[in-house]
Write a protein of this length. Structure first.
Lengths: 587, 99
């Protein structure tokens, strides 16, 4: 759809509300860099200019890293900052400076072409190294070259983290890695053409509280870039080139929203306990170290889920044991009073990173990911387990295995844990002998055999996002099918009940860590079904705690009974909506 | 005693558990930052510029590898002894035993 500047016409588009909030700002169109680099000869008298261009791009890249490194240090991510330090060293390397200059002069071609081919030659050398640890450094190298090329071709590429002007980001789609770089001070909102409500991108945006509307058929912004847009994440609206009146209306809405949010924030000191005294543990799902600070701010009961794969995504390779150990130890040291749950690497699906570049799978969600991948790459798995065990000597940690489909997988994984324990014992390295081990219940086969699983582990955590996907056979990122994706389907409710019952019988904890845990509409249902632990994004802690404090467990049980009788998701949603309105009225 | 431009060759062994990976490579490069001499490492029929961290990494020298160091220049003697020492000390890496 082409939008021509027709003298300031306002254009109102509809999409799916992913994360609430209102943003009014200037748009920025985010694209991924092209793979193909043009090649052309450069006349002798202009070669100096080409060399200069290269050095400038190098300098700019260096400045990026210094900035990111500084920010990471401030956020307490010293391990990640060290990685950037190593990248900075690489950029000072003669191979990247004098040798590259020589190559440009010798070959007499444009900088980006020479750069890309020289880098390609080094990459080949790296790939020939048999030792995996050394070969991993290729990833650092590729990261740096991408950054330098990005600067050489400034008009073509920008990472979200490099955005310096406050903007509303428009994109065809976003990856979790992209959004990980997002700075909430600078990014006002996200608008995408595709994507669906519960993909990891959405989860990330919600964790950061960035308004987000997806499935918006926005016009080609390279043709005309409007000076101002409004994103209404509450109602799923995007307004291009709004009139003065529209802007005023939404500014007022923004103010109202801020007052409401503040009201919620002031309930910071209320315990997550129902009116009739039923306590719920309210912990946090985190992936970045910086989120631990917001945990203290919002008062969560520890880390219910640490998505460890973001360590991998942050540096595009599995970090060595020592680096991981430092991160896990920092977590337990920062969260003193409660246990922290580390979920082992859940790589695959939409969090690909570079690992799967050479492994094409027709159905990645049904393929080699998470625990399956780890059981195939035992050294990587054991390294993580060792790091977690070592950190367990410093505080309460628990291990959580993702995507368990049956007890055999659990047994195999536990064997690795035993091996790791034995190794550490032999080396005299301390660790918690009886570290609790849990399974994620996100595959129907696991939910249905929860009774078998619970005999051989210490706790279960229901990951409703993937459970819905696998049970209803819907790709959560397929926007045309997203109407089928709903956790309110009776099958999901029944499975939650099934798993919780097994937990109660075995006297072991069952928590829910999917998106519904952070949805206040589901809170009464979950509590009524017997869930006594919810793990949510830090930004949701306050509102869930507030809802819990306004509930009675008696009422919650009644809601659960009513919901279990429903035959369709719509019926379930009606009951939940009515209950929510009742509570909402008392806010 | 030869003075002026010196060309010194010595062989050392890599003692680190993980070989010449990022940490030792970075240490070598930092050590050689302001050194006037040229420094080369030879291993496995490859000779590289030791002031380039990437080159050292691509060398991928594992534990027990024998590296031939060649220093050439006015401070060659001093550089060589510093390098030999750092290799001997396993680049400051202590075996992770009792925590």
């Amino acid at each position: 759809m082409l939008y021509k500047n027709q003298g300031g016409g306002e254009l109102c588009l509809k999409g799916y509300p992913i994360c609430p909030g209102i943003a009014i700002g200037r748009p920025f169109f985010f694209t991924v860099a092209e793979e193909n680099v043009p090649e052309f000869s450069v006349p002798h008298d202009q070669i100096d200019r080409e060399v200069d261009r290269y050095y400038i791009a190098l300098k700019d890249s260096r400045q990026d890293l210094l900035f990111l490194q500084n920010r990471l240090q401030k956020e307490g991510g010293s391990e990640a900052a060290d990685i950037l330090g190593a990248h900075l060293e690489i950029m000072r390397d003669p191979l990247m400076t004098v040798e590259m200059e020589e190559a440009i002069r010798l070959r007499g071609k444009n900088t980006e072409y020479v750069f890309k081919s020289v880098i390609g030659e080094y990459e080949k050398k790296f790939k020939r190294i048999p030792d995996a640890l050394f070969r991993e450094r290729l990833k650092d190298f590729q990261d740096i070259s991408r950054r330098v090329i990005g600067h050489l071709r400034k008009h073509e590429r920008c990472t979200l983290g490099q955005l310096t002007m406050r903007s509303v980001v428009f994109a065809l789609e976003l990856s979790p890695s992209d959004t990980a770089e997002a700075n909430t001070d600078v990014i006002e909102a996200f608008v995408t053409r595709s994507g669906s409500e519960t993909s990891h991108v959405a989860i990330m945006a919600r964790a950061k509280g960035i308004p987000f509307v997806s499935n918006v058929d926005f016009p080609d912004l390279t043709v005309f870039m409007p000076p101002k847009v409004i994103v209404d994440g509450c109602n799923g609206q995007v307004i291009i080139n709004p009139t003065k009146e529209t802007v005023k209306y939404f500014r007022d809405e923004q103010k109202q929203l801020q007052i409401k949010v503040k009201g919620l924030q002031e309930t910071g000191n209320i315990v997550a306990e129902t009116i009739d005294g039923c306590k719920t543990r309210l912990s946090a799902n985190i992936e970045r170290f910086a989120e631990l600070d917001s945990l203290h701010e919002y008062g969560g009961d520890g880390v219910g889920l640490f998505r460890s794969e973001y360590l991998y995504l942050a540096c595009d390779s599995f970090p060595p044991e020592d680096e991981q150990f430092l991160v896990y130890r920092s977590i337990v040291e920062k969260v003193e009073d409660y246990p922290s749950v580390i979920r082992t690497f859940d790589i695959g699906g939409d969090k690909l990173g570079n690992f799967h570049m050479n492994r094409y799978e027709k159905n990645p969600y049904l393929g080699c990911r998470a625990i399956r991948l780890m059981l195939k790459e035992k050294p990587i798995f054991k390294t993580q387990i060792r790091a977690i065990l070592r950190a367990s000597a410093f505080g309460e940690l628990r291990i959580l295995f993702p995507m368990i489909s049956g007890v055999s997988e659990l047994r195999e994984a536990k064997e690795i844990v035993e091996e790791a324990k034995e190794e550490l014992l032999q080396s005299g390295i301390p660790f918690a002998r009886n570290i609790p081990i849990g399974c994620m219940i996100e595959i129907p086969s696991a939910a249905i055999t929860a009774d078998i699983l619970i005999k051989e582990c210490d706790f279960l955590s229901i990951g409703t996002n993937d459970l819905v996907q696998y049970s209803l056979a819907v790709d959560r990122d397929n926007s045309s099918m997203s109407y089928l994706y709903t956790p309110a389907h009776p099958s999901i409710i029944r499975m939650i009940k099934m798993v919780v019952n097994e937990g109660v019988k075995a006297e072991k904890s069952v928590s829910v860590c999917g998106e519904i845990a952070g949805d206040p509409r589901f809170t009464p249902l979950l509590l009524g079904l017997g869930v006594n632990e919810l793990s949510v994004s830090p930004g949701s802690i306050r509102k869930i705690r507030k809802v819990i404090s306004l509930l009675s467990i008696k009422e919650a049980k009644k809601i659960a009974v009513a919901v279990l009788k429903c035959e369709t998701p719509i019926e379930v949603e009606e009951i939940l909506e009515r209950a929510y309105q009742k509570i909402h009225g008392t806010f | 005693m030869i003075t002026g431009e010196q060309d010194i060759i010595r062989t050392v062994q890599v003692k680190n558990e993980h070989g010449l990976h990022t940490r030792p490579a970075t240490m070598i490069v930092r050590l050689l930052q302001d050194v006037k001499s040229e420094v080369f490492f030879s291993y496995n029929n490859e000779t590289i510029n030791a002031k380039s961290v990437l080159s050292i990494l691509i060398l991928a020298a594992p534990k027990h590898a024998c590296i031939t160091i060649n220093t050439k220049g006015e401070d060659a003697e001093e550089v060589m002894s510093q390098l030999v020492e750092i290799f001997e000390n396993s680049f400051g890496e202590v075996r992770a035993s009792v925590v």
